[in-house]
Structure formats: structure tokens, C-alpha cells
Write a new protein. Sequence first.
Length: 258
Amino acid sequence: MTALEHTALVGHGGVHIIEGAGGTRRHALHLVKLVVPVEGPLEIEAEVGRPFEVSAPVLTGAGVAHSIGSPGATVTTFLAPEGLGAGAQAAARGRVLVLEGAQADRARAAARDVLRGGLDHAATHALMKACAGAFAGGPPVDRRVLRAMRRLAEQAPGRPALGPLAAAEGLSRSRLSHLFHGAFGHPLRDYVTFLRVRTAIGALMDGAPLAQAALAGGFHDQAHLARAIVATLGRTPGSIARSRFVQAEATAGAMVIP
């Protein structure tokens, strides 16, 4: 039986619920991800060939390659590392972190609240804030890097001109890349790829064929896009389109779990 999946997005983050068994291929997402198992353990592989199983919530740092699955329902919260997820990113930088004690209890309680109610815009944001609040604030990110990231997100995808964007902040392209890597632990080019994938997936969810979605995201062709989606999200374009993994920003109407 195909798992039911529900997603609500707020800004660059959001909440994703899977009812039933589900899993991903190995991938590295730009967002901080907190996965709470509701039914059964999580099956995780962070280091190639060294899988492990855990029944506690798990936090993955932005850019950390991993695969994850569960035989039952899960609630996943995505947090942008430059925003709500700054503290979580500092805690899980470069690794997969299994939560214990009060942090784990807080994550489980927040997940149960979502499953009991609806997943509208307000509830999604409340859950994101609750998850972010479980972690102390991380070190501040250079404001020049944050402004450059915002400009990148606002630009058309394709292949952005990083040189002029860095120059607008009084930086060289190499210095901007160095500051970005220092703040988030992975290359700036990965963030650019993430933005392009996000644009292409938005087109897919709007019903565009794969070739058109690839063009929207600035990819060479649909094969190039498919590889980028798997590398970024651990899923195929077809599974994302079917599962509604990404959708328009949540509206006032509740997404109630059946």
C-alpha cells in the first residue's frame, strides 16, 4: 500500500508527514531536518555501509549525506539553517544527531500535537518554532552571507552570477564561498543546486512535464534534473509528484490527517 504523505511549507522550511512505511535514498539536503518516529524505529545510514536503527528523534545537519526510512509513520520538520534552524544546525553540524532526554521528549510531544490536529499554516509554523526552540542559538552568521543567500533565492535559477552578487556585499566570490562554508559546513554551490531543485519541483507540482521542470530550474535536461533531485532529496521526480512531497505554501485550510 502506498504511504500517504502530507507537506506544508512556510518560507524555506516546513513539515512533512508520512503515514505508513517510507524511506529515502542517500542524499544531502540543504535544510536541517528533525525526524520523529511515530510508529516503529528509524533506519538510518549516515556513513556508507554502517546503518543503524533508533527509536528516538534524529536531527541531521544541513548538507549531511544520509538515507533514512521507517516501517511506520514519521513527522519531519525542515528548518532553514540561516533562520529558525540556526541552533539546530550548530548542534548537528556535519553529523546525524540522535536526541535524548528533554530534547527528544519535546520533539515527540510536538509531533503528537500535529498528528492530533491539522497541518495548516499557523500549526506548521508553531511546530517549526517548537522544534527550533529545543536547541540553543548557534553562532551568528555573517550578515553579508545571509543577504547574499536571500538575493540568490530571489533570482531566477539557472546559473547565477556569484561574482557580482559577492561584490554587492564587498566580497570576492572566493571569500563569499569561504564564509558560507565556514557558517554551514558545506559548499555554496550545494545551496545553489538546492534552490534550482526547489524551483524545478515547484514546476512539477504545478503539473509541468519533467523536461519543462528541468528548464524552469536551469538544468541541462530531465536526466540532469532527476539526478539532482535524488542527490538533494533522496527521491525520484515521479515519487515526489505522486506523493505531493512539495506543494504550494500551506493555506488557512487545515490538512487533517485521515
